[in-house]
Design a protein around this ligand. Structure first.
Ligand SMILES: C[S@@+](CC[C@H](N)C(=O)[O-])C[C@H]1O[C@@H](n2cnc3c(N)ncnc32)[C@H](O)[C@@H]1O
Length: 303
């Protein structure tokens, strides 16, 4: 009697095979993780049901762990869906991770990846006059930045606003997931239009608006076409929403408040639109000119 069973595959071998498959499929990797290897690991760890945070504690141990048949099957289904649909992994799994926090996502919101997130812990400290108590996250989408800001500044009230009712439904689920209903409010508003008048004004306004220019929109890889166009398209030069935001923001900011805006690769368009506005470019993993900070005083008296 032949009692030999095929050996249970190890994490390392499955990971390597899947990485090759993702690479060979010619996908785009830009939604939270940026390589085929990272996507394969994320999918595999999810299929195994392991806590993501613990999974990379010891790589040599991880590589040798067994992948049971049921998890292997789940993994192959997820991998197949990623390749066949070209949906970002976050949509395939219904979750995204930003700064170590989990967010629920689906195609009503873009996949959380804002560079502003990495600045929240200490990247803004040199410019903050006080600990912010009143914060707004304009264009909140999944609510990720509003939630991270509330976790960073425990004494703050945070308002997350978006024009999209669908996005706000996702944000509401995330606020509940993080049990922040008492400190994160959500509001439907076209930019600042329906924000409540609040005295003494906002200490900090964050915004990751749609900023992709029309030419870049036409060239976006397939993965981005699963995201809402409303969340990406910023008009001919990408600056449609930034213009409106900058012209209205000062009326909502406290005298010493500040606005932090992500504009991706659009610095040239931004500087053409605002040639004399004094902004501070903040250094992020996406470069030194993807996010800027501007003080309320500068917005009140644009040069
Ligand atoms: C780039 S996404 C940012 C989402 C989220 N803050 C993040 O960083 O993942 C831009 C968001 O702006 C919203 N939006 C588009 N036009 C808007 C407008 N006129 N007023 C308010 N929100 C708008 C979209 O619905 C989308 O959720």
């Amino acid at each position: 009697m032949n009692t030999a069973h095929p050996a249970t595959p190890r994490f390392g071998a499955v990971w390597q095979r899947a990485t090759h498959e993702l690479q060979a499929a010619g996908l785009h990797f830009g939604h939270g993780v940026t390589t085929a290897a990272d996507e394969a690991a994320w999918l595999l760890i999810h299929a195994l049901g392991w806590p993501l945070a613990d999974s990379f504690a010891a790589l040599d141990v991880l590589l040798q762990r067994e992948v049971p048949a049921d998890a292997h099957e789940r993994f192959d289904t997820l991998l197949g869906e990623r390749i066949a649909t070209r949906k970002p992994v976050a949509y395939v799994l219904g979750e995204a991770w930003l700064q170590g926090e989990r967010f629920l996502v689906d195609e009503r919101v873009i996949v959380p990846r804002s560079l502003i997130a990495e600045l929240l812990w200490d990247g803004l400290d040199p410019w903050l006059h006080t600990q912010p108590r009143h914060i707004a996250d304009i264009c909140t989408g999944s609510g990720c930045l509003a939630i991270l800001a509330a976790k960073r500044w425990l004494g703050a009230q945070v308002l997350g606003s978006d024009i999209s009712a669908d996005a706000l439904d996702v944000a509401r689920a995330n606020v509940a997931l993080h049990a922040l209903q008492d400190r994160v409010q959500l509001l439907q508003s076209d930019l600042l239009k329906d924000l409540p008048d609040n005295e003494p004004g906002l200490d900090l306004m964050l915004c990751n608006p749609p900023y992709v220019n029309a030419q870049s929109m036409r060239a976006l890889p397939q993965e981005y076409r699963h995201e809402p166009e409303l969340a990406l398209a910023g008009g001919t030069d990408g600056m449609d929403l930034v213009r409106r935001l900058l012209s209205d923001a000062s009326s909502r900011l406290a005298p010493q408040g500040m606005l932090v805006v992500e504009i991706g690769h659009e610095r040239a368009h931004f500087e053409a639109a605002f040639p004399r506005l004094p902004v501070v470019w903040l250094s992020t993993s996406g470069g030194d000119d993807a996010v800027f900070l501007v003080e309320a005083a500068a917005l009140r008296s644009p040069a």
